[in-house]
Design a protein around this ligand. Sequence first.
Ligand SMILES: Cc1cc2nc3c(=O)[nH]c(=O)nc-3n(C[C@H](O)[C@H](O)[C@H](O)COP(=O)(O)OP(=O)(O)OC[C@H]3O[C@@H](n4cnc5c(N)ncnc54)[C@H](O)[C@@H]3O)c2cc1C
Length: 477
Amino acid sequence: MTAPALVWLRNDLRVSDNPALAMAAASQRPLIVLYVLEEGAGPRPLGAAARWWLHHSLAALGRQLAAAGVTLVLRRGDARIVVPGVATEAGAGEVFWNDRHEPGGAAVDREIASRLAADGRKLTTAKANLLVAPGEMRTGTGGSYRVYTPFAKAVRALGQPRMPLAAPDLLGRGAASTPASDGLADWDLLPTKPDWAREFGPVWTPGERGARQRLDTFLSDGLARYRDGRDLPACGAVSMLSPHLRFGEISPYQVWHAVAGAAARNPALDGDADKYLAELLWREFCWHLLGNEADIATRNIQGKFDAFPWREDAAARAAWQAGRTGYPFVDAGLRQLWRTGWMHNRVRMVAASFLVKHLMIDWRDGERWFWDTLVDADEANNPASWQWVAGSGADAAPYFRIFNPVTQGEKFDPDGAYIRRWLPGLAGLGTRRVHRPWQEPAGLVVDAGAYPDPIVDHGLARARALAAFAEISRRPS
Ligand SMILES: Cc1cc2nc3c(=O)[nH]c(=O)nc-3n(C[C@H](O)[C@H](O)[C@H](O)COP(=O)(O)OP(=O)(O)OC[C@H]3O[C@@H](n4cnc5c(N)ncnc54)[C@H](O)[C@@H]3O)c2cc1C
């Protein structure tokens, strides 16, 4: 009897364009597919919203594989013990996985690779979840890129990424006997008391099919409006593919070619497609940065920020988290985040800037809040974006550029539709007042509580932040 192939899936919860699965299928061996909920060593432990996503994504993948007669084996624990153990239980002849690039995960993989080699098992790995692996791109002098524009230019100079792989035919390819699996429900990934994720379900369809639907909707409806509409949170012109990309339910190769192909068929989409591909390259750039700065979630990339006088202000932080800062554009974003696990990019920038600059609360506090509440929370994109907003990052927005939360709302939500959607208590206000409700008579009601006055005055907060920045700017970075 042919020894089975063991495929270990991680951030690649898909069947199509999955090189590890395709190679395992091509090996003609019976297949065993494994997912490990890693504990102890490995990637950063998932936040609560991402755990919700993972549950539903694994359920969808399990159904998809089961329809072809392949079992998804679920195990939890230290992958360094679990993966070689399952390979032994299954008598696997070969092991396959797609590379991952989180520093903790990659370190675990190296240990497991040695263990498998010591056990005499062949391991085959592939690049699957990034167009360019961290470390693959080097500047002319052999250094690593720290600025987005030359990085993106160099990636584009490589030419078109490879074409996505078709889904292998898995029908009847499951191994006759598979190691026992944990029950997904026993992992307690879903919130219960209270079920704060009850509004996630109508917004999202985790899994490969949901990802494809989201891409198709974007191609038919969002892409043509993307260049001009991507900054308008009420416009619905963005793809909302981020959690699907985060969990690898769709690959960047699939997304790239779908968008580039749409523009090739319809040149009127050229500008929109180009802008979209540039955003996909921001994702690549963040992963490239993480490859060079393993502690990007905890350490200021620009050392001078180590001396920044962050304020300890638990009440202000709680008001920000709850979307009760008194600035409607910021609060609408934080409510959208809490209720759907996602926030529009423009609002992420303004809300993050508000925490770091208006409240002078450490960006790491905000990063952790997003990590816990975003369904797309990503080990590279999240900290890199926070450092970008804070001004402490490699290629960061300058600290002295301070978003005005009112004028940002007026510019990017001109008729207040986004604010009204997430703060229905303000829905009755006119277009000017909806951005500055404190100018209304007292007694406004939002979500059963009076909508607060601004917790800081914009002008004073701005001056305070600039003074603090001027102080640390005198230091060498
Ligand atoms: C403070 C802050 C925190 C963030 N945290 C995350 C995070 O944890 N996970 C995450 O995926 N994105 C994060 N982003 C980036 C960005 O906001 C989201 O990727 C984007 O809003 C996702 O929506 P979308 O899929 O509709 O994007 P689209 O506009 O449709 O873009 C397509 C894809 O490109 C990538 N992308 C777009 N913008 C960026 C960007 N600025 N940086 C990196 N990749 C980008 C994403 O994978 C996205 O799905 C953060 C941004 C900020 C300002």
